[in-house]
Write a protein that binds this ligand. Structure first.
Ligand SMILES: Nc1nc2c(c(=O)[nH]1)N[C@H]1C(S)=C(S)[C@@H](COP(=O)(O)OP(=O)(O)OC[C@H]3O[C@@H](n4cnc5c(=O)[nH]c(N)nc54)[C@H](O)[C@@H]3O)O[C@H]1N2
Ligand SMILES: Nc1nc2c(c(=O)[nH]1)N[C@H]1C(S)=C(S)[C@@H](COP(=O)(O)OP(=O)(O)OC[C@H]3O[C@@H](n4cnc5c(=O)[nH]c(N)nc54)[C@H](O)[C@@H]3O)O[C@H]1N2
Ligand code: SF4
Ligand SMILES: [Mo]
Length: 698
């Protein structure tokens, strides 16, 4: 691969952008090649720690399978090289044709977590909105937005992350930061060294659970019952924050009356956790007030009562008195920077974003479109058709629910353009592929709101035959006639300078500060005492009247999961999908040799008793069948206590088998539209090997 580092030899301080943590790292350069990545000990995010993915970055960016040079799919289905300018001219021509025939709204963009949250995804949004279409999809339709919606409904902001380091007790609800957010685990460990407690609530005994002071191995989907039981105890003991409740909240009386029914006996019966353990957790919480924080993980979003479960957890923190305090759940101050989103909320809504009717609260909070109803529009079943899509930094064929439907939707589009570093299952369906730059090949702003800092990642190298996000969207916008108005900056450095302007921080100073710059030195807590909560009522909302219009209960109500209400003999087991591995990131990094050796294939983790009942052995291949599909996969029978009986864990992000062939995009949380990826009804069948008897006679 032809590439060139920005210096020939030495170290370049930058930030890792392989996950949302943005750890401070050094890229070590020898003779024009990045040879390794090490941690920056003075960076406050990670204090020198680098996870295996960070350490493997050089192998990934220099991987021989990386896409180089643009590709166009020809009529016979094969990809042929095409010059960049030619490809962009043709793409622009096709976009204009779609607009002419079906209107601007028939075009859309979709970005994934690889370029999410920061300016990279904002270019795609700016592009599609400037073109006149509201249809900007992101991975937020299956990640993070539902937590944001739930917390915003209660308190107007999401305290992400909690002040782990100074907390006296951390409750991890369906999260495993040891793998998923290593710097958070580092902070939790620090708190524990000074006596802080860790409680893990999970149906699987994870790495975090093994380390915890208390592990509650609960039945999936019953977290809200546990949270309500904890609230009941706080109220009974008169230990809740009464000043907060009387001055800054609404709906307490109703919540208290509702929580009354969540006796320890009832919670134990629902969750499957013993009364003794529940009591121990309650006792620990009473000893830790007010610094008892909660971190709801992704699993709480991937269920059908997610919105209310997360509201219940937010309400628990409020009763503990943890809202916006040191050691609690702070309301972080954001930096003032220029906004790349060209549309206000009302303008966005006026354009008729695809799927708005299905999940209006999602659109109100996110000002983005939801990919689940979006798929219907791509299949021509929406209120208007979507005929074109440019996606970047995402692999929806492996990561969105109901993969067959995603494949059908993508394959039927008039124009599909892929931006990726590798030939993915999604990219294979594209008409054009424009290879993308990695995080080491660009420079962008990063924010660390919990420490009120802004940082800048530096460009470390140039790779021939790939194009960074800014260049791509800039070049396409100029071909479509709105480049001067919306992408006037010559390069990303000029964008960075423009973004920073309102903050008063000069780009040159940021370049000189690998550990970032504090954008606001003043730390203020309990801001709700001087500013109303940014909620409908200006108070913390234990009950939210506004939810009546969505048909959602005003209280954070517990709804027992379906499998506890009625047996489904056809699908007697439940599948949890996508629990994070330390070395893979969704569908990423399968090409890295040492990772492949460590985890070469997907395996379904199963309780030994289930294996006996199903008459399957460790290592045997089985068929897992759900309402919408089937996959074959090898079984891994796990030790006693690793997973609850009746639940099977199947990882996601693999092409073969692709677990999202089993997840149903109709089985969603009614408010957030998030798909059920954690309690999927399934059955496991033995695969009878079809050995040809003639072949066995030698
Ligand atoms: N290495 C690595 N890191 C990642 C990612 C990755 O793919 N790889 N992905 C990133 C992304 S985008 C995200 S969203 C985060 C997710 O990060 P986390 O939120 O920490 O998610 P997981 O690590 O999957 O842990 C989820 C846990 O929830 C449990 N669980 C399942 N159902 C339930 C339930 O009903 N209740 C409870 N209490 N627990 C349940 C599962 O057994 C699992 O152990 O990780 C991020 N970090
Ligand atoms: N069954 C099941 N499915 C799930 C989940 C689950 O728990 N269970 N989790 C869901 C969650 S929380 C999330 S966030 C989604 C994630 O869904 P996606 O965002 O679609 O997941 P990735 O596999 O990380 O896709 C990222 C793609 O971007 C490419 N890429 C990496 N860096 C760059 C870059 O700098 N620029 C560009 N242009 N491309 C880049 C990678 O090669 C990869 O193909 O998956 C969801 N899917
Ligand atoms: S946790 Fe790992 S992948 Fe994420 S930013 Fe830090 S080093 Fe990179
Ligand atoms: Mo995610």
């Amino acid at each position: 691969m032809r590439s060139k580092t920005v210096i020939d030899n030495g170290t370049i301080p930058t930030l890792c952008r392989q996950c949302a943590q943005h750890c401070g790292v050094y890229a070590h350069v020898e003779n024009g090649l990045v040879t390794r990545i090490s941690g920056n000990r003075s960076h406050p995010e990670n204090l020198g720690m680098v996870c295996p993915k960070g350490r493997a970055a050089a192998q990934w960016v220099y991987h021989p399978d990386r896409l180089k040079g643009c590709l166009k799919r020809s009529k016979d289905g094969h990809f042929k090289p095409i010059a960049y300018d030619q490809a962009l001219d043709e793409i622009a021509g096709r976009i204009l044709k779609i607009k002419e025939r079906a209107g601007a709204r028939a075009m859309s963009t979709w970005t994934g977590e690889a370029i999410g949250f920061l300016q990279q995804e904002a270019y795609a949004r700016r592009f599609i909105h400037a073109f006149g279409s509201p249809n900007f999809f992101t991975a937020d339709s299956v990640c993070f937005a539902l937590r944001l919606m739930a917390y915003k409904t209660c308190q107007g902001y999401w305290s992400y992350p909690p002040d782990f380091e100074k907390a006296d007790m951390t409750i991890l609800w369906g999260a495993n930061p040891a793998y998923s957010h290593p710097p958070f685990m580092q902070r939790i460990n620090k708190s524990r060294r000074r006596g802080g407690k860790l409680v893990v609530v999970d149906p699987r005994r994870t790495i975090a659970a093994k380390k915890a002071d208390l592990f509650l191995q609960l039945r999936p989907g019953t977290d809200a019952a546990l949270a309500l039981g904890l609230m009941r105890r706080l109220i009974q003991e008169n230990a809740y924050d009464r000043d907060f409740v009387s001055s800054y909240s609404r709906g307490f009386e109703e919540l208290a009356a509702y929580a009354e029914t969540f006796t320890t006996g009832y919670v134990a019966q629902q969750t499957g956790v013993s009364e003794k353990t529940i009591n121990a957790m309650q006792h620990m919480m009473l000893q830790s007030l007010p610094c008892c924080v909660s971190f709801p993980g992704i699993s709480l979003e991937h269920q059908v009562n997610s919105f209310n479960t997360i509201r219940a957890i937010a309400s628990l923190s409020a009763l503990c008195g943890a809202v916006d305090i040191e050691g609690g759940e702070p309301w972080n101050k954001e930096i003032r920077v220029n906004e790349l989103n060209p549309l206000g909320k009302e303008q966005f809504k006026t354009l008729g974003p695809a799927g708005y009717d299905s999940f209006p609260l999602f659109y109100e909070v996110m000002q983005k479109c939801h990919s689940i109803p979006g798929m219907e529009y791509m299949l021509g079943k929406g209120t208007y058709p979507i005929k074109g899509l440019i996606f970047s930094g995402t692999n929806p064929v492996l990561t969105n629910p109901n993969s067959k439907k995603v494949t059908r939707a993508f394959a039927g589009l008039d124009l599909l353009v892929a931006r990726d570093l590798f030939m993915t299952e999604s990219a294979k369906l594209a008409h054009y592929i424009i290879p993308a730059a990695s995080f080491l090949e660009r420079s962008e702003l990063h924010f660390f709101p919990e420490i009120q800092r802004v940082g800048l990642s530096r460009k470390v190298l140039d790779v021939e035959g790939v194009w960074d996000e800014y260049t791509f969207w800039h070049d396409l916008a100029h071909r479509l006639g709105f480049g001067d108005a919306f992408f006037p900056w010559e390069n990303e450095t000029a964008v960075n300078r423009w973004l920073l302007k309102p903050s008063g921080i000069a780009l040159e100073d940021l370049i000189k500060s690998p550990e970032g710059i504090v954008y606001d030195p003043k730390v203020e807590r309990r801001k709700f005492e001087s500013h109303p909560f940014p909620t409908a009522s200006g108070k913390f909302e234990f009950t939210s009247e506004g939810l009546k219009s969505c048909g959602c209960p005003t209280l954070p109500a517990y709804e027992p999961p379906e499998y506890m209400k009625s047996p489904t003999p056809e699908f007697p087991l439940r599948m949890i999908t996508g629990s994070r591995k330390a070395i893979y990131y969704h569908s990423r990094y399968r090409e890295i040799e040492k990772f492949k050796n460590a985890i070469p294939r997907a395996q379904a983790e199963m309780h030994a008793d289930d294996a006996i009942e199903l008459n399957v052995q460790d290592g045997e291949t089985v068929r897992i069948v759900s309402k919408i599909g089937a996959i074959t996969i090898t079984v891994k029978v796990v030790q006693e206590g690793r997973i609850l009986k009746g639940f099977i864990e199947v990882p996601h992000g693999w092409n073969d088998p692709n677990v999202n062939c089993l997840t149903d995009d109709r089985d969603v949380d009614p408010v957030g539209g998030f798909p059920n990826m954690k309690i999927v009804p399934i059955r496991v069948e033995k695969v009878v090997s079809m050995v040809d008897p003639r072949k066995s006679i030698i």
